[in-house]
Design a protein around this ligand. Sequence first.
Ligand code: ARG
Length: 287
Amino acid sequence: VFARDPAGIAPETTGRPPALSGRPARTYLMCPPAHFAVEYAINPWMDPSTPIDRDRAMAEWERLRATYVSLGHTVHLLEPVEHLPDMVFAANGATVVGGMVMGARFRHPERDGEAEAHRRWFESHGYPRYTPAVHVNEGEGDYVYAYRAIVAGHGFRTDPLAHNELHDAFGLPVVSVALVDPRFYHLDTALCVIDSFTAAYYPGAFDDDGLLKIKTLFPELIEATEEDALAFGLNAVSDGRHVVVPHDAVHLRAELTQRDYDVIPVEMTELRKAGGGPKCCTLELRP
Ligand code: ARG
């Protein structure tokens, strides 16, 4: 059994190359849910007849943003655009590694405009290396950065052909896994990287080939229960030390606490009605 990755706390003392370590301070891009709504159904969580409380969505989102800031992270804001009700899920708009950006291309026309809004943000914020997507990929929804590789999901949204573009953009190994349960339509609802050794996952979301790849890639694995997964527990955000987890992922929270991570529970009742949690709202800008 590996000890918890100490790099997340003090990378300068470990001698591990930065690419393989956790970083104490992260930079995130988030988009306030000013125009959030459930107006269409593109995943099994969405039901346009369910009422949503936008003020509550905003308060929950603001709490998430404030949590990151209190942990010493930097949060940049993306201007929300009218008629793009899912834009709060900023993680889907791009993938950023080493200051380079792989653009997104959405599966559903309802979300098309988001990729362009992201592209403009990167263009005006000093990211000259932007690769536009040819094939469908929904950013960090399906691309989970795992330090020495990127785990890339397909099956519901991202086209497996996009995985080649991803490899070309960043030069990192890409480990492709198929998603098999429509409730976990994005990889970031079923797999969460906690630090460079450790990941949490929900086995039921993967086929045998995917499970084997995940087990090969991470020396330490935390198995989430179906209840954890349905609570969007795998849609957690970790900086290697603090893990921001939906409050009702009870079993997963206990597993993380037992391994000495600082677990910070958050409530995201409204955004869940669109099929999202904390990670979906958080695009990491990796320098
Ligand atoms: N309603 C959005 C969709 O179906 C939710 C996106 C959630 N984002 C994520 N990173 N999993 O596309």
